[in-house]
Write a protein that binds this ligand. Structure first.
Ligand code: SAM
Ligand code: SF4
Ligand code: SF4
Length: 352
């Protein structure tokens, strides 16, 4: 296939849509995953995501009436599944703050699709069983430190680490494992936690994944020198517990996989800054009030709720979803150096 320069792709008119084939965007990418953010609220104030001085009492969170209800979310999800989406991740803000989330899981679990959820784990010990009973299959838990003082500083609401660890245990007992445990690494803040976390999860079925600190949103004070490149994470762990590379589970997997040479399990690294993976980006995101985003670093989304609440049928929803996907040409991380200073959507709103 001839290589068409990006600028020419952006301006080239889109070819006519063939609704009998899976939609491809301007860079040839297909849509496989959907992330549904069910709330923009959170019970943590992680410094890299919702800094306390910005997300304070004065902050205007979305009013409840603006959020998509569970029937609306399920209807949209069904259209996405018909369009080829095979994996749906529930996220937020903190998704477990959304009341009766189990009811949504139950509705989504009836679709022919894998349902997962990303949580900070604070409410997991009490909710793991009911989530599993509702049909949730897997859970990803964010955990940035094993040391209680470091963890409390990073969540910035003085939340103790042992309650998240209890949540992970409860999720495993409820059959939601193996659990992916995500750690965002900030140089100078929690890089001293890499080895303790690795040691803690070695020998368990859980998969610890280290994520490079990203310049999402406009408020997290991101600085390049606080990004610890994944290769440094791998060499630090490997020096103590030798690691061997593993093949990706599927084409386009964002985490690079490694296994302990002594058979004690697997870890992963997500190098969103040092090794952008935009060419494999197959994700659509939907915000709590029904806006579609194709990139984590977008500054605006397409309002699908207007069609949902304006009486549009499923064919109209499908047409809009295809149009948004087909028009996308975003690859922010590959262009990062040129674009970091513009306003962007917040991670706590769109959910990662
Ligand atoms: N509240 C849930 C949680 O923390 O798991 C779900 C939403 S949170 C926005 C989703 C993921 O985004 C979390 O794993 C979090 O660590 C990650 N995240 C947030 N801000 C980030 C940043 N600046 N760089 C990298 N990852 C970030
Ligand atoms: Fe932290 Fe997730 Fe809440 Fe952001 S949404 S502050 S990452 S717990
Ligand atoms: Fe996808 Fe945007 Fe991230 Fe690139 S920067 S991988 S296009 S979400």
């Amino acid at each position: 296939m001839p290589i068409i320069p990006i600028a020419a792709q952006r301006t080239a008119p889109l070819p006519p849509d063939d609704p009998n084939t899976q939609a491809r965007d301007r860079l040839g990418r297909a849509m496989h995953d959907l992330r549904i953010s069910v709330t923009d609220r959170c019970n943590f104030r992680c410094t890299y995501c919702m800094p306390k001085d910005v997300f304070d009492r004065e902050h205007a969170f979305l009013p409840r009436a603006q959020l998509l209800d569970f029937e609306e979310i399920t209807r949209v999800a069904r259209v996405f599944v018909a369009e080829g989406v095979r994996k749906i991740r529930i996220t937020g803000g903190e998704p477990l703050l959304r009341k009766q989330l189990e009811r949504l899981i139950d509705q989504l679990a009836r679709l022919d699709v894998e349902i997962t959820l990303t949580t900070n784990g604070a409410l997991l010990a009490q909710k793991a069983r009911s989530l599993a009973d509702a049909g949730l299959k897997r859970v990803t838990v964010s955990l940035d430190a094993l040391d209680d003082a470091v963890f409390r500083r990073m969540n910035d609401v003085d939340f103790p680490v042992e309650r998240v660890l209890a949540g992970i245990d409860a999720a495993a007992s409820a059959g939601l494992g193996p659990i992916k445990v995500n750690c965002v690494v900030k140089r100078g803040t929690n890089d001293g936690q890499i080895l303790p976390l690795a040691q803690h999860f070695r020998g368990t079925p859980h998969i610890l994944r280290f994520i490079e600190f990203m310049d999402v949103g406009s408020h997290n004070g991101w600085k390049l020198d606080e990004v610890l490149p994944s290769r440094e994470v791998i060499s630090a762990i490997s020096a103590q517990f030798p690691l061997l590379p593993l093949d990706a589970n599927y084409l386009g997997e964002v985490a690079e996989r490694w296994r302990y040479a002594d058979g004690q399990g697997e870890i992963g690294v997500i190098s969103s800054v040092s090794q952008a993976f935009c060419r494999d980006c197959t994700r659509m995101r939907i915000s709590p009030e029904g806006r579609l985003f194709t990139c984590l670093f977008a500054d605006h989304g397409h309002d699908l709720r207007a069609t949902l609440r304006g009486g549009g049928d499923d064919a109209a929803l499908r047409k809009e979803i295809r149009a948004v996907w087909r028009a996308r040409d975003d690859r922010y991380s590959e262009l990062r150096s040129e674009e970091t200073r513009r306003a962007k959507v917040e991670m706590s709103y769109i959910g990662g």
